[in-house]
Design a binder for this molecule. Structure first.
Ligand code: G3I
Length: 354
């Protein structure tokens, strides 16, 4: 019998903590499991044996945090250093985990030597060389790629403005479609993903960002770009309400357009949430529930990935540290690799396969 949100949180936290939650509809038919992945940073895998063990125990999918970004992969012009990416690929292969490619084209984490490229031709040549070489190197290993990561500005002034950066400056707006076309030629079997964050909230700049992301997807489909999926990163900002109806409608529209939907980088920034662990975990689990309920309203996810697995190895620790001396709790497993209510909630939604 499927559990309601309240029953689920109650099971994980105890009745007292769950009493503030309303009753929500139970999930529908269950069976099978949506693939679950974790991001993995190679130095963490090497430093702490529990990182690899937890991923092997809980996941069937992995996304490299930094190992396929330009700063790591491209030490100088014409040179490719696959050592770190290959180490993650070996870990994935040995443990029968699928590997998601993060990321081919991004405005950030770019090496200094790239700045020397001038003009459209230079940018396009560089992009083609990169995508052809990297996708070919991981053909047979990487089945899905974040082709373009974070193309929408945080404060989208209108629906058509793309985020400033190297690729936009060198190639104009066509850089996004060009990247997808190149990736499709280089990796014809791979699922090609457009990945973005802050699509899910009811507040701040999120509604405008959602509208701009939607416009970009529609434009890419109009021009025949071989986009296969959208990736909702899901870096949830603790306390920010999820725009449940709008998000559910947006995801349903994407599915109607023939696109798959992945959650690619789920975690919760909890620096402003209350200190007591049970109370904080309750808020985190509830926000994750609201997000996943909306994105699975019209169908199952292609996959769900959290941006790490244990609180001890989350980027949130250094990017959004708490000031009360307690550990951040952004991920499914706590500092000691014990499951938290976050884990109970994602397990619940991983069962939703129809
Ligand atoms: O590895 C060095 C370490 O040797 C050094 O001591 C330390 C000192 O600052 O830096 C370490 O490298 C950092 C690395 O993360 C590992 O922690 C880099 O400076 C830092 O820039 C890098 O940040 C990563 C960031 O992307 C930029 O690439 C984060 O870990 C990673 O979590 C973050 O991931 C992004 C996704 O790619 C896209 N979506 C948002 C997400 C979160 O920001």
């Amino acid at each position: 019998m499927p559990l309601t949100r309240r029953e689920l949180i109650e099971k994980a936290l105890g009745a007292a903590a769950a009493s503030a939650l309303g009753t929500l509809p139970a999930l529908g038919a269950q069976g099978g499991r949506v693939p679950y992945g974790s991001a993995l940073y190679l130095p963490d895998l090497t430093a702490d044996v529990r990182v690899g063990r937890a991923i092997i125990e809980h996941c069937n999918r992995v996304s490299p945090v930094s190992e396929l970004k330009w700063n790591t992969l491209r030490p100088s012009d014409g040179v490719f250093d696959f050592a770190s990416g290959d180490a993650i690929a070996d870990f994935a292969r040995t443990n029968k985990l699928a590997m998601h490619g993060h990321t081919l084209i991004w405005y950030a984490d770019m090496p200094d030597w790239v700045r020397a490229y001038d003009g459209h031709q230079g940018g396009e040549r560089l992009m083609a060389e990169h995508i052809e070489t990297v996708a070919a190197h991981y053909a047979g290993t990487i089945a899905s790629w974040d082709v373009v990561n974070e193309p929408i500005p945080d404060a989208a002034p209108d629906e058509t403005t793309l985020r400033d950066g190297f690729w936009l400056n060198r190639m104009g707006k066509s850089y996004v479609g060009t990247a997808f076309r190149l990736a499709h030629v280089a990796a014809p079997q791979a699922l090609l993903v457009l990945n973005e964050y802050d699509i899910e909230f009811a507040v701040d700049r999120s509604p405008a960002k959602r509208a701009a992301f939607r416009r970009l997807v529609l434009d890419l489909l109009d021009e025949g770009a071989p986009i296969g999926a959208i990736g909702l990163q899901g870096h949830l900002r603790g306390g920010w309400p999820i725009a449940k109806d709008e998000l559910a409608a947006f995801v349903a529209e994407m599915r109607d357009l023939g696109l798959k939907v992945l959650v690619t980088e789920l975690d919760v920034q909890d620096q402003d949430l209350p200190g007591p662990e049970a109370e904080r975990d309750n808020l985190i689990a509830t926000q994750v529930y609201d997000f996943l309920e909306a994105v699975t309203d019209s169908g199952p996810l292609e996959s769900l990935t959290t941006w790490g697995i244990s609180d001890q190895y989350s980027w949130v620790r250094w990017a959004y540290p708490r000031t009360d001396g307690t550990h951040n709790r952004p991920l499914p497993l706590d500092w000691d690799f014990e499951p938290k209510p976050f884990k109970v909630v994602i397990d619940h939604f991983l069962k939703k396969t129809t």
